[in-house]
Design a protein around this ligand. Structure first.
Ligand code: F6P
Length: 343
């Protein structure tokens, strides 16, 4: 009987997941494995919702956004009995290993299930790029490109109308998308979760721009950024299975405050899930492909509990434990570079 690898995608989707799935299937089959797709993250393992993945199943998925396996934010450690179901189904399907593609939450569950005896290899994913132990996660490059193009578009309308436009980008705990898209799109101010917002300072920068004849400004803010005197802005109080609240709204608050304090007409645009949808960039397709191939290599080598990662231009492996220990926040040296262009 062929050895069998299970594969799942958990947490928020992102461009590049399908290239990983395709790479795992293609390399896995070459190495003599059967590949079993587990639907909708950990939910599929709990409910034994699985589909065999052959060459045909992954044909044509390389440029497709999202994940052909579906995803969910399911935490088996949240509900009594779910961990046992997940372990039983892992055994029932006679898996030799499981490749879990996800961010800190999905890999956090993987870390616990490894302690409970499962053989799991991790593949890091998040558009937020805030996972430790890897220089980049796939999905991030695509999100930055989408946000950059949107900022370019906001520039022309802001300039024509002599307006301030606040662009709210994703980034729950880290401002990587804000800083990269902000630098690439020539933002006049970039606000990130790592540094509380001083609204007086923001208005001062905008007024100074006006005084040198620039009657429009683009302010990029990460959704997780907070005012000095406030907390993170949330849509409601509900939390998901991992205790996260739904963020969103800081752009609106900023926009109102800026207009009130400066008297300049201000608008807000929330980029939202557009940053997560659609076709992956070439960079993300290549990174996803390299991660998928290496993940099968880790299974071959029996390196369970490890995660593939990008260090410089090399694909290496690090303990999942290390990756989920703490979040990777914005490099302040990069933020200092961005600041040179403020105002
Ligand atoms: O973690 C990735 C992310 O895109 C965050 O930037 C954002 O806060 C969150 O997911 C939104 O998730 P949901 O899919 O639940 O709206």
């Amino acid at each position: 009987m062929a050895k069998r690898i299970g594969i799942l995608t958990g947490g928020g989707d992102c461009p590049g997941l399908n290239p990983v799935i395709r790479a795992v299937v293609r390399k896995g089959i070459l190495d003599g494995y059967e590949i079993l797709g587990i639907k909708n993250g950990w939910k599929g393992l709990i409910e034994n919702d699985v589909i065999p993945l052959d060459m045909q199943a992954v044909s044509g998925i390389l440029p497709k956004g999202g994940t052909i396996l579906g995803t969910s934010r399911t935490n088996p450690y949240k509900k009594e009995g779910d961990v046992k179901k997940a372990i039983d189904n892992y055994n029932k399907n006679a898996l030799s290993a499981l490749i879990a593609i996800g961010g800190e939450d999905t890999l956090g569950v993987a870390r616990k299930l490894i302690k409970d005896g499962l053989k799991i290899v991790g593949v890091p994913k998040t558009i937020d790029n805030d996972l430790s132990g890897t220089d980049y996660t796939f999905g991030f490059d695509t999100a930055v490109n989408i946000a950059t193009e949107a900022i370019d578009r906001l520039h022309t309308t802001a300039e024509s109308h002599h307006r301030i436009i606040v662009a709210e980008v994703m980034g729950r705990h880290a401002g990587w998308i804000a800083v990269h898209a902000g630098i690439a799109g020539g933002a006049d101010i970039i606000l990130i979760p790592e540094l509380p917002i001083d609204i007086n300072e923001v208005c001062g920068i905008i007024k100074k721009r006006h005084s040198r004849g620039k009657t429009f400004s683009i302010v990029v803010v990460a959704e997780g950024a907070k005012l000095k005197e406030g907390d993170m802005v949330t849509q409601d109080r509900k939390t998901d299975a991992f205790g996260h609240v739904r963020l969103g709204g800081i752009g609106e608050i900023l926009s109102e405050e800026i207009e009130k304090r400066t008297g300049y007409e201000t608008r807000v645009t929330v980029f939202g899930h557009i940053q997560r949808g659609g076709t992956p960039s070439a960079f993300d397709r290549v990174l996803g492909t390299r991660f998928g191939v290496r993940a099968v290599g880790l299974v071959n080598e029996g390196k369970f509990g490890f995660m593939v990662s990008l260090k410089g231009n090399e694909i290496v492996s690090i303990p999942i434990e290390e990756a989920v220990k703490e979040l990777k926040t914005v490099d302040m040296k990069l933020y200092e570079i961005a600041k040179i262009f403020f105002g």
